[in-house]
Design a protein around this ligand. Structure first.
Ligand SMILES: [Zn+2]
Length: 282
């Protein structure tokens, strides 16, 4: 009995040591990097704020100001101050691309305004992940068009489990620009937790260019880019899908993405391969 307890103790210590090392080497630097923000004045009415959680957009018009994703921590408050500066007394229309806290923690600053999120979440799911401060006031079932000055925004609920149960994107028709939330990332491995489905990512990536004429992409994380952002992300998923079935190609395929943002186990090529394998065994 004593021997077993000793071994359990050693295993627990080892696990703590491994978790601590992973935290120090990967997670903490990633979290520090995530706090950094970069403001891009895209044109006179569109400000894009990268980082500080998920990427955000502030789109101004004569009658309303749209905010796409509200960030987290200090960056969320900074974003809100910027939004208020731009909006003055105009109503604010917040779109949450999905429930995760790096995209929704700032919702609390927009109470009394319109907040839209995907309609497949239950209120309980939302509260559990995002809290109940700044609860959405519109649960979008399919899609809606909103005139925004000389542009029109189409907000679309993608209708299936992709990154989460109810991912939303915003497409600006005149700018030919897509805000992809975490269904499109630029040089970052995806987090595939809970109901996330790598096959649904691939299907969505293929569907999007048929739905919209996309020339600019604001990903959920990473720099703004063109259609190549979507192509690179499709290639990533196809490579990981191949690695999941052909072990001999795995090392080479994983190495292709060594310069992408990643955290072992949580968001990494290995984690995506595991998600495909889990799908295959269903
Ligand atoms: Zn995110």
């Amino acid at each position: 009995m004593k021997k077993i307890l000793k071994w359990i103790g050693i295993i627990v210590l080892l696990l703590v040591a491994v978790a601590g090392t992973l935290y120090l080497i990967y997670l903490r630097p990633f979290m520090e990097k995530m706090k950094v923000t970069e403001v891009v004045q895209y044109d006179k009415d569109l400000t894009i704020v990268l980082g500080g959680g998920g990427n955000s957009g502030i789109l101004n018009s004569d009658s309303i100001v749209m905010v796409i994703d509200t960030k987290m921590d200090a960056a969320a408050e900074d974003l809100y101050k910027k939004v208020k500066q731009i909006a003055g007394n105009k109503p604010i229309f917040v779109v949450n691309t999905h429930v995760h806290s790096d995209h929704t923690k700032g919702n609390k600053y927009y109470q009394g305004q319109t907040i839209l999120a995907g309609g497949n979440y239950t209120r309980e799911q939302w509260t559990k992940q995002a809290g109940d401060a700044g609860m959405p006031t519109i649960w979008l079932k399919d899609k809606m068009d909103l005139p925004m000055g000389d542009d029109t925004a189409t907000i679309i609920n993608l209708q299936k489990n992709i990154h989460t149960e109810s991912d939303v994107m915003v497409y600006l028709h005149r700018r030919k620009m897509l805000f992809g939330g975490d269904v499109i990332l630029n040089k970052q491995a995806p987090v595939l937790m809970g109901r996330a489905d790598p096959e649904a990512y691939l299907a969505t990536i293929d569907m999007l260019p048929k739905l919209f004429d996309i020339q600019k992409i604001v990903p959920g994380h990473g720099q703004i880019g063109g259609i190549e952002v979507l192509d690179n992300f499709r290639q990533y998923f196809n490579d990981m899908k191949l690695a999941a079935t052909d072990d001999s190609k795995k090392d080479e395929l994983v190495a292709k993405y060594k310069d992408w943002n990643q955290i072992p186990i949580l968001m990494s090529p290995g984690a995506t391969i595991s998600a495909f394998k889990k799908n295959n065994s269903k």
